[in-house]
Design a binder for this molecule. Structure first.
Ligand code: CMP
Length: 218
């Protein structure tokens, strides 16, 4: 059972009428995933979209031995909506990085509401535009920054405003996000520690010299 307040608390759903939110709540269900469970795999046929309620979901493409981590979905984030609009199946896989609760919303329910209220498509286009911006920036970084620069940038991203943070993913997954091998990323981190820009103990990181880290990331 999903409460209507859940939907009204999510920015994406704020364009919909209170009646539409009631209908979304009635059509939705909750699914729990353990670390490593897949919500779906790349190429799967798709009939539903998801909103993270708790935990963290990785969106990734993989080949035989490596993974490219496209995005991390945190509470309030929506994923699995692309296949609704292009009908081509899942563009990437989704896997829980920790125990996660996810709200599942059937495509039929979203399609119905978008037909009733086409203005709500602005929210969809807004979501896609933001994703293209992020993807454009990642593409530019892969051209303009070396692995060390991309590692500094990604660690600063994950740190946000706080200097001390826990890496929410493994170093292998971090490397998949940066688009480099784990060895190269480890080397970059070791270099930051050696230079005194950062401290690291297992999954706990502390930014010591934010200015130098920021310079290295641009
Ligand atoms: P869908 O294609 O249905 O399933 C995979 C989902 O991953 C996709 O919908 C989006 O929700 C999400 N996704 C795919 N590519 C990206 C990306 N570059 N940035 C953020 N999310 C993405």
């Amino acid at each position: 059972m999903v409460k209507v307040e859940f939907f009204s608390s999510i920015e994406f759903f704020q364009v919909f009428s209170p009646e539409a939110l009631e209908r979304f709540a009635a059509a939705a269900s909750v699914q729990t995933f353990m670390r490593g469970d897949h919500a779906f795999a790349e190429g799967d046929e798709a009939k539903e979209m998801f909103i993270v309620k708790s935990g963290r979901i990785a969106i990734a493409n993989r080949n035989i031995d490596r993974e490219s981590l496209l995005a991390l979905m945190n509470p309030g984030d929506l994923f699995g909506e692309m296949a609704l609009f292009d009908g081509q199946g899942r563009s990437a896989g989704a896997r829980a990085l920790e125990q996660s609760e996810v709200v599942v919303l059937p495509y039929a329910s979203m399609t119905e509401e978008l037909k009733l209220d086409p203005d709500a498509l602005w929210a969809v286009v807004g979501l896609f535009s933001r994703r293209i911006r992020v993807a454009d920036e990642a593409l530019a970084d892969s051209v303009f920054l070396d692995v060390t620069g991309r590692t500094a940038k990604r660690l600063l991203d994950i740190a946000g405003d706080s200097d001390e943070f826990q890496l929410p993913i493994t170093q292998e997954e971090l490397a998949g996000m940066i688009g480099a091998s784990r060895e190269r990323v480890n080397k970059a981190i070791a270099q930051f520690v050696r230079l005194g820009w950062m401290e690291q103990h297992e999954r706990t990181y502390r930014i010591v010299d934010r200015k130098r880290m920021t310079n290295r990331a641009s």
